[in-house]
Design a protein. Structure first.
Length: 313
């Protein structure tokens, strides 16, 4: 492992050199960019990346490369509907992150980021990481973990990378101040998020999904930055969805209603100050990982104890 800040510095220098060798000088106002990297001096973007667990968001942070392929067996629709119902019910909810109320589920890796929970169940993960995926798509290099993903998924990522470059949206240190073009970015972001989900061994559902991997990215005047990932499951009683999410700041999985999401306009009061303009992308999946199922179904036992305790009072 090595300092990610040093690695980014090396890559930015290489990008500058490639720019000088391959491209004539251009007016930055004429170009567009799929901005999936942090911009120097932009505190809001850096905070978004830090909260999403981007490995380059912290100065001097190290990057842990996943040693395995990352296609753990998924579990079909084995999540118990009763467990989802318990998440939706106020009984058993407690204070959680920044004013939320929900259940606290166990988290194998205490500092696991939101994306690690969404696609790896916050366990000892494998497959391509969030940082590696977007570094590759934005022409920042070719991480070794690309070799761990299924060939068909790699082919799709290769095509997407070519399309991003052809659209003039690859990372370019000369163009950090360009205008954000949401109409051009959104279709590519949909493909990028879906490719990232698939690269970690999850299968996209054509209908009747077991749940959804959801991505939120911030729309600013400059960049489209992946800000948060979480899981949503259908409540069998109401047809609404429950949310399961985490961030590196907490040592549990937060599970409850959709008001847990601080970036929504109807979020809890303590999160209103953080509300900005976001774009939501969701990927329906046929199944979650086995560890997802174990963690979610595990609340059945704790939920029964909560009900029994309430009945005695």
């Amino acid at each position: 492992m090595r300092a990610h800040r040093d690695r980014d510095t090396d890559r930015e220098a290489a990008a500058v050199q490639r720019q000088a060798l391959r491209r004539p000088a251009q007016d930055p106002r004429d170009a567009r960019m799929l901005g999936l990297q942090e911009s120097a001096g932009n505190d809001a973007v850096a905070e978004s990346l830090r909260r999403s667990g981007h490995p380059g968001a912290q100065p001097g942070a190290t990057v842990q490369r996943a040693p395995k392929r990352g296609h753990e067996e998924s579990t079909g629709n084995e999540i118990d509907p009763e467990a989802v119902s318990m998440i939706a019910q106020p009984l058993g909810h407690e204070d959680t992150y920044k004013g939320g109320k929900g259940r606290k589920l166990p988290k194998d890796q205490k500092e696991a980021a939101c994306w690690e929970w969404a696609v790896r169940a916050a366990s000892e993960g494998s497959g391509i990481s969030h940082g590696d995926c977007w570094e590759y798509l934005t022409s920042m290099g070719e991480p070794a973990t690309l070799g761990q993903i299924a060939p068909a998924v790699r082919q799709d990522l290769d095509r997407l990378r070519s399309d991003i470059t052809a659209a003039g949206m690859a990372f370019d240190p000369f163009k950090l101040d360009e205008k954000h073009d949401e109409g051009a970015i959104l279709p590519l972001m949909h493909r990028a998020v879906q490719g990232f989900v698939r690269s970690n061994g999850l299968e996209v559902s054509a209908g009747n999904p077991a749940g959804w991997i959801v991505c939120n990215y911030k729309m600013t005047g400059k960049l489209a930055v992946p800000d948060h990932f979480w899981i949503e499951l259908p409540d069998p009683n109401t047809g609404k969805r429950v949310v399961l999410q985490t961030v590196p700041d907490i040592d549990y999985i937060e599970a409850g209603g959709q008001d847990l999401r601080w970036h929504e306009k109807d979020s809890v009061k303590e999160r209103q100050s953080e509300h900005e303009v976001h774009q939501r992308i969701e990927v329906p999946v046929t199944a979650l990982k086995g560890r997802h199922t174990q963690i979610i179904n595990g609340i059945l036992e704790t939920g029964r104890r909560t009900r029994a305790k309430a009945g005695r009072s």
